[in-house]
Every structure is written in structure tokens, then in C-alpha cells.
Design a protein around this ligand. Structure first.
Ligand code: SAH
Length: 393
């Protein structure tokens, strides 16, 4: 990668056009003034987009007709072109494949739980994807979760993950991330009210903390109250990471107490070096210390993600070691989400046997660690965790 990294980036991997959702409220005011409009138009346009999920200036009747073309070109370029939609779980899971302006492709997944549709799915109300798995006041049994991509492809090269096999194409912009949530909000049926996306998980394609600035920008747009943003509660947002320790520390200082999910997958460096190659840089102990520190600073209970892979990381001694390492760092700060591996095409690995999975969960619970097996929504449409590989589609 040394000499080649100086080669020009292929032209089709262009920088996405600037969009309203890339801008801070102040930058939006500057942008509308540059278009010859009064500053208050910025809030109006922000409400159209973040609250009404409207990016079609032709329908913005509160905007003077003469201003519409300029606003459309400068603030609402089309970022996500729908290529395909796939439906699973009786309509409760919808995977969208998007083509970006430069031809890159990403996927997002909309999942409904415990509502009119979701309740038809066995067990749907009892498990969550990504965030806390128990129904609590923070995670009500009825919710709409959208799983977003933060990069086209991924550079982290985890061998069990479909996206990891693609390599990194490019980072998404803030607006390309936010627009996945806005598009999902539009897709939520009216009977649930407009914009009823209740949870966002950064568990689609990409490593969010490797695209830090754009992801933090997206977190601001998602959590800032209207008209600056969508006004979601940070606790309903989960950022999942392979464990970029300096970025975890930085995220804890952003003043948004989003939920952190750590993709651990092994409690020992020997196995984790192979499963999550970035472990060769930041070891398990250092990562767990950073996760505990994240809890101390934000008060948010951390999720440990653990894909159970048959005979690779599912042994009883690893469950016990994991419980010990977590308990050494205190009680009540963490919970574990094991998930049976979704085997990717050509993978040499498969999911743990059900009895082994149960034993693993029981060992953690016996150690006093709250543990909930995570749902595997959307398997039949390759929409389940770790199966997103839009470049192949
Ligand atoms: N890069 C981030 C977010 C994307 S992956 C991260 O790794 O956390 C979201 C979750 O799916 C991660 O916990 C990841 O380890 C898990 N995952 C990836 N491939 C999987 C697979 N084949 N089966 C089950 N989970 C998988």
C-alpha cells in the first residue's frame, strides 16, 4: 500500500455534494444568505427536512417559487438513489440498497419491533438489535430501529464479516448517513405516525469511528432538537465499534451520551487478533478499560457484542474469562449481546451449536453479567448483522 497510496483516487469515488444535513445551523444560515435569502429560511428548510422528512423543494409551499431551484441545487442534492428494497420477517424488516452519487453502494436496514407488524414475528418484541435487549423505558417493546452504514465497504478486515471482505471504498458524508435515517422515517407506515424511527444503530457497513468527524456530525443532526436536527434521544442511538481506543475516548467527550457497542468477539488477544485484526493495535485489556471509562463519563451502559463462532470463540473457559474481565472493571456498567454467527458465503466458520450458545450465556449470567442473545433479523435477505455487502449486489 505504500507507493500505491500516492496514486490518484479513481474519479468515480468523488466527494459527495454538500447537503443541508452536512451543515451546522450557523452554516445553514450562511448558505441561505449566499443564495440571496433571509437567514430565517434556514430554519424553515431544516424543519422541512428533519421534521417532515421532505427534501422536495417543489412541495415546499412555504418557500418562494423563485428560490426553489437554487435551494434544490445547493442544499438538497440527491444523495441516495434507491437500487433495491428487500422485505423479510413478514414485512417487519426492510433492507434498502442505495447507490451514492459516485456509484458506491451502501445498505441500510429498517426493523420494526413489537408493533402491528413486528408482533407477527415470533420473539420480535423480546429482543433488540444493537441496543439494550430488554424492554425498558429507554427501549420500549414497540420501536422502529434503523441500522445505518457509515462507510462504503470497510477497512477493518474482520474475516467473519461480509463487509470486511470488501475493503474500504470511501467514507460517507454526514448527510449521506443522516439521509438513511430520513429515508427510513419516510418509509415507516402512517399508522405509526410520521418519523417514528425510535432507534438508530451504526451497525451497517463500515467502522463508524474510522469516519469520526462525519459520524459525530450525524450524531448532532440526529440528536439536536428541531429545527437544528431530528431531536432523537442520544440513548436511542448506538455506535458500534471494533475498538478504536483513542476514538472511544474522544467520543465520550462529545457531550452526547449515545450507547457504545464494542465488537469484542473474544476475551483473549490470541483469538481476537485473528477475529478483529485491529486488536493487534489496541488489545482487549486496553479496549475494556476504554469501554469502562466511556460508561464513567457518559453513564451509558456499554454493550459487548460477541458473535458466537463454533469451536472458535464459544468455549466455556472464554465465557468465564469474559465474565471475569468485565467484573474486574466493576458491576452494572456493561451487558453482553451474544449473537450466533451469520455465516458469510465461503466462510470457514459457522454458528455455535444451540447447546453451546446456551452454556455460554448461562456462564455469563452466572457471573452476574446481564446477557441477551441478539436477534438475527433479515437473514433471508442478507440483511442480518455482518451480511451487508452491497458491492456484490
Ligand atoms: N464496524 C462496526 C459496526 C458494523 S458491524 C463494528 O464492527 O462494530 C455490526 C456488528 O455486526 C458488529 O458487532 C460485528 O462484529 C457484527 N458482525 C459482523 N459480521 C457478523 C456475522 N457474520 N455474524 C454476526 N455478527 C456479525
Amino acid at each position: 500500500m505504500t507507493a500505491f497510496s500516492l496514486d490518484p483516487v479513481p474519479a468515480r469515488r468523488g466527494k459527495p455534494p454538500r447537503h443541508l444535513a452536512d451543515l451546522t445551523p450557523e452554516q445553514r444560515r450562511e448558505a441561505v444568505i449566499a443564495l440571496g435569502l433571509p437567514a430565517f429560511r434556514a430554519d424553515q428548510l431544516s424543519r422541512q427536512y428533519f421534521t417532515r422528512h421532505n427534501a422536495d423543494v417543489a412541495t415546499m409551499t412555504d418557500l418562494p417559487a423563485a428560490a426553489r431551484a437554487g435551494v434544490a441545487n445547493e442544499l438538497f442534492p440527491r444523495l441516495l438513489n434507491p437500487v433495491r428494497e428487500m422485505v423479510a420477517d413478514g414485512g417487519a424488516t426492510v433492507k434498502s440498497l442505495w447507490q451514492l452519487g459516485d456509484g458506491s453502494r451502501v445498505e441500510s436496514v429498517l426493523m420494526r419491533y413489537g408493533s402491528t407488524v413486528g408482533s407477527e414475528v415470533p420473539g420480535a418484541a423480546s429482543v433488540a438489535l444493537g441496543a439494550e435487549s430488554d424492554a425498558t423505558d429507554e427501549q420500549p417493546a414497540s420501536r422502529v430501529t434503523v441500522c445505518v452504514s457509515s462507510q462504503a465497504g470497510c477497512g477493518m478486515a474482520c474475516p467473519f464479516c461480509a463487509t470486511g471482505q470488501l475493503g474500504l471504498t470511501r467514507n460517507l458524508s454526514t448527510a449521506e448517513i443522516v439521509d438513511q435515517v430520513v429515508a427510513a422515517s419516510r418509509a415507516v407506515p402512517d399508522d405509526q405516525g410520521p418519523g417514528r424511527v425510535s432507534n438508530v444503530v451504526f451497525m451497517g457497513m463500515g467502522e463508524p469511528l474510522a469516519n469520526y468527524a462525519a459520524v459525530v456530525g450525524a450524531l448532532h443532526r440526529l440528536t439536536d432538537p428541531a429545527p437544528a436536527g431530528i431531536g432523537m434521544s442520544p440513548r436511542r442511538i448506538t455506535v458500534s465499534t471494533v475498538g478504536l481506543v483513542p476514538r472511544i475516548k474522544q467520543l465520550s467527550g462529545e457531550g452526547m451520551a449515545v450507547t457504545l457497542a464494542v465488537s469484542l468477539h473474544a476475551p483473549d488477544d490470541e483469538a481476537r487478533d485473528e477475529l478483529v485484526p485491529v486488536n493487534t493495535r489496541w488489545k482487549v485489556a486496553e479496549l475494556l478499560d476504554a469501554a469502562r471509562e466511556y460508561f464513567d463519563v457518559t453513564g451509558r451502559r456499554v454493550s459487548i457484542e460477541y458473535a458466537l463462532i463454533r469451536d472458535v470463540n464459544d468455549q466455556g473457559w472464554r465465557a468465564e474469562l469474559l465474565g471475569r474481565l468485565l467484573n474486574e472493571r466493576g458491576r452494572g456498567w456493561v451487558h453482553v449481546n451474544p449473537i450466533p454467527l451469520n455465516p458469510t458465503p465461503g466462510s470457514r466458520w459457522t454458528a455455535s451449536r444451540p447447546g453451546v450458545e446456551r452454556a455460554f450465556v448461562n456462564a455469563l449470567r452466572a457471573a452476574g453479567i446481564p446477557t441477551t442473545v441478539r436477534d438475527t433479523r433479515g437473514r433471508d435477505i442478507d440483511g442480518a448483522c455482518g451480511q451487508l455487502a452491497a458491492a456484490e449486489a
